[in-house]
Design a protein around this ligand. Structure first.
Ligand code: 5GP
Length: 206
């Protein structure tokens, strides 16, 4: 991706239970943006209330593997015994249209995106504390105890990788976290290397 590609790719990660989904909803509900969410594909079963094509494209392992073989994934990763991935074509199409495309993915996938598209913005959402994260996972009540334990361990490993990101946003309150992400996106838009080509003539030293 060149910096003068019209759109902006925003990668958001964070341990499960940190409230990424809620922060994302708050972000998308804010006015004055051109954000589009990239719907991932997963082999995980839908949770109650989740709809195919809205939260995820829910597919079988075979379908997912076919996507990988046909090189249609921008990135993918295995996470707690399921596959998750970002279909590439849609993301590229949206970026070409000048959209701000948001990926909400785990850290291995984010590392792959960093290699392929280093100009993307990488934001890590962190919990205020580990206790807070554990409480949130328990109160969600959607997973059995052993899956929660596995997710907590995974969360500890993920938080250790936060240094690979450009920004860390603590989810103390959803509004604060969404505000901070919006501020980051706006600041990124104003970066010289993203905007200078538009003003080259005007700024050229004679
Ligand atoms: P969950 O099962 O809680 O919906 O998601 C588990 C983890 O997978 C979360 O950290 C979520 O951000 C991540 N995830 C969701 N979609 C993708 C994707 O397309 N690629 C990767 N690498 N991770 C994803």
């Amino acid at each position: 991706m060149k910096l003068d590609l019209k759109g902006l790719l925003i990668v958001i990660s964070g341990p499960s239970g940190v409230g990424k989904g809620t922060v994302r909803s708050a972000l998308f509900n804010m006015s004055g943006h051109d954000l589009v969410y990239s719907i991932s594909m997963t082999t995980r079963k839908p949770r109650e209330g989740e709809v195919n094509g809205r939260e995820y494209y829910f597919v079988s392992k075979e379908e997912f593997q076919k996507y990988i073989q046909e090189d249609k994934m921008l990135e993918y990763a295995e996470f707690v015994n399921n596959y998750y991935g970002t279909p590439r074509d849609k993301v590229m199409e949206l970026l070409e249209q000048g959209k701000e495309v948001v990926l909400e993915i785990e850290v291995q996938g984010a590392e792959i995106v960093r290699e392929k598209m280093p100009e993307a913005i990488f934001i890590f959402i962190a919990p205020p504390s580990m206790q807070d994260l554990y409480k949130r996972l328990l109160s969600r009540g959607t997973e059995p105890q052993e899956v929660i334990a596995e997710r907590v361990q995974k969360a500890q490993r993920e938080i250790k990788l936060a240094y690979l990101y450009d920004y860390i946003v603590v989810n103390d309150t959803v509004e604060n976290a969404a505000d901070k992400i919006m501020a980051i996106i706006r600041a990124e838009h104003a970066k010289v290397e993203r905007t200078i080509h538009q003003y080259k003539e005007m700024l050229e030293v004679k």
